[in-house]
Design a protein around this ligand. Structure first.
Ligand code: ADP
Ligand code: XUL
Length: 510
């Protein structure tokens, strides 16, 4: 059996697979807000951050990991797991002193993990992908590295607020003493991976590309970008590596505490989106994936790196080799939830309203669907903007929000020139039939959903099995099957309507 873990924005999930039987053995989750309310992070981050700061608590991630492994060991014979891999929300970073590796090597089973590792934190909180506080640092890095086009040519993205390099620079500027004590910087993925391996493990090419620090051509840390970001940064990072590179045996803590086999090995952890590309069976070009999680993302495998002329999109490493393109929209599920709560309705209202959109009615009432700062396109928070032809009812608002989200996605994914012949939909909101149909209609492409909803954790389990020598494409054919029933077909009567709506939406954005 093989274990994949996904430490995401709002939850941590484990998926265990048995490739020889073609079976998902178990799926278990811990929700940060619901299961660990004492951290005060109902949506997985510390509320009330100022100046665009969004941080989370690494101790919460550790306590959740421990709770998850406990639940897993109650359901599954974990001694039969041969390899572990994982994924994490991208870009988030954890700052540790020189005692981190000693602590990992000597973990006690009867003391909470968070209590044992927290003293190694040189920054008590971890900035995550929702953070937009580093505009100044992005400008400084861009200037020092020779301009936006040069940063993009080297790293696959222009300097981006949530990316780890600008976040590291901000920490160095705000707390040089804390930065000075920092011996190791991990991403969320490599942090959790290190706990599993009992030692610091490298960042992989998939997640490493989300830092504005990795050179896409050499797949090593880029000396110019390191220099432009913070002094001595190269010493604080292990060299990046492929996700399938095995790091050795699991931590003895897992053996002693949960009964893992001492022969179980650990592969690298990657970003949630690269892992999801694997779990959605989309590592070879052909399918576009739309993930409707906390953030909404649009991504696809691509043969060679191609960058977004507008600077919103990114190039990451594809865990199966080559590259992937990705665009992230910050106002995903959290915007849908904000509207749901403001109107006092539930998800079935979203489902009904999206399904009720008749051709003559669709795309008429436009909304810029931003309930918080947006990153694609960049918008500071000034609330959603409505351009309605008729007086706004709750129903119209729901429809306009959803249409606005997917029109924005359609507009900003044009540069990829991907074939949207087929869309694979994943993430928490993908189970909503109305939302899924609306995606088909706005993109005018058939939409498929897979049997397994935890695509990042499944992708991680497939990476683990692949690292142990199993054939990835063969496993994807078994595990990444579309759900029973045909794909959702687009309503062709809406093609011209949404083409026109996209143009008007672009005008409204200005
Ligand atoms: P992440 O992996 O980013 O933590 P998920 O992919 O698990 O997030 O998605 C969680 C989100 O899915 C929830 O925050 C919720 O807003 C949304 N969601 C869950 N069920 C539905 C539904 N039926 N309709 C719309 N959205 C839903
Ligand atoms: C991608 C991004 C988010 C996070 C959280 O660039 O910021 O999708 O990975 O899921």
């Amino acid at each position: 059996m093989f274990l994949g873990l996904d430490s995401s924005t709002q939850s941590i999930t484990a998926v265990v697979i048995d490739p020889s039987a073609g079976l998902i053995v178990s799926q278990v989750s811990v929700n940060f807000g619901a299961d660990l309310p004492h951290y005060g992070c109902p949506s997985g981050f510390i509320p009330g951050g100022e100046r665009g700061e969004v941080h989370s608590d690494p101790r919460m991630w550790l306590e959740a990991l421990e709770m998850l492994l406990g639940r897993l060991a109650e359901r599954v014979d974990v001694s039969a797991i041969r390899m572990i891999a994982g994924s994490g929300q991208q870009h988030g970073s954890v700052y540790l002193d020189g005692t981190f590796d000693e602590r990992l090597a000597g973990l006690a089973v009867d003391v909470p993990l968070a209590e044992q590792l927290a003293p190694a934190l040189t920054r008590s909180t971890a900035p995550i992908w929702m953070d937009t506080s580093t505009g100044e640092e992005c400008s400084e890095i861009t200037a020092a590295a020779g301009g936006a086009a040069e940063v993009c040519r080297r790293s696959g993205s222009v300097a981006i607020e949530r990316f780890t390099g600008p976040q590291i620079r901000r920490f160095w500027k705000q707390d040089p003493e804390g930065y000075g004590r920092t011996a190791r910087i991990h991403l969320v993925s490599s942090f959790i991976g290190s706990v599993m391996a009992g030692k610091s493990v490298p960042i992989d090419f998939g997640d490493g590309a989300g830092m504005n620090l990795m050179n896409l051509e050499t797949r090593g840390w880029d000396p110019v970008l390191l220099e432009a970001t913070a002094p001595g940064l190269g010493d604080r990072l292990l060299d990046p590596a492929a996700a399938t590179e095995v790091q050795g045996k699991v931590s003895s803590w897992l053996v002693r505490k949960y009964g893992f086999s001492a022969d179980c090995e650990v592969a690298l952890f990657t970003g949630d989106n690269p892992a999801s590309l694997v779990g959605m069976g989309a590592t070879a070009a052909g399918n576009v994936v739309i993930s409707l999680g906390t953030s909404d993302t649009f991504f696809a495998a691509m043969p060679g790196p191609k960058t977004d002329p507008q600077g919103f999109g990114h190039v990451f490493g594809n865990p199966a080799g080559g590259f992937m393109s990705l665009i992230c929209f910050r106002n995903g599920s959290l915007a849908r939830e904000a509207m749901r709560d403001a109107l006092g309705v539930d998800w079935s209202a979203f489902e009904q309203e999206a399904l009720a959109a008749s051709a003559g009615y669709a795309g008429r009432n436009l909304m810029l669907p931003f309930y918080g700062p947006e990153i694609t396109p960049r918008r500071d928070f000034d609330g959603p903007v409505e351009a309605f032809e008729e007086s706004a009812t709750a129903e119209l608002r729901v429809r306009a929000l959803l249409e606005g989200q997917f029109l924005n996605m359609r507009l900003h994914s044009r540069w990829m020139e991907t074939d949207t012949d087929g869309i694979r939909l994943t993430g928490g909101a993908s189970k909503n039939n109305g939302i899924a149909q609306l995606v088909a209609d706005v993109f005018q492409a058939p939409v498929e959903r897979l049997e397994v909803s935890n695509s990042a954790a499944l992708g991680a389990a497939l990476i683990a099995a692949g690292a142990a020598g199993n054939d990835l494409a063969g496993m994807q054919a078994v595990f990444c099957k579309a759900s029973e029933g045909a794909a959702l077909q687009p309503d062709r009567a809406k093609a011209a309507i949404y083409q026109d709506a996209e143009r008007r939406f672009a005008d409204l954005l200005g």
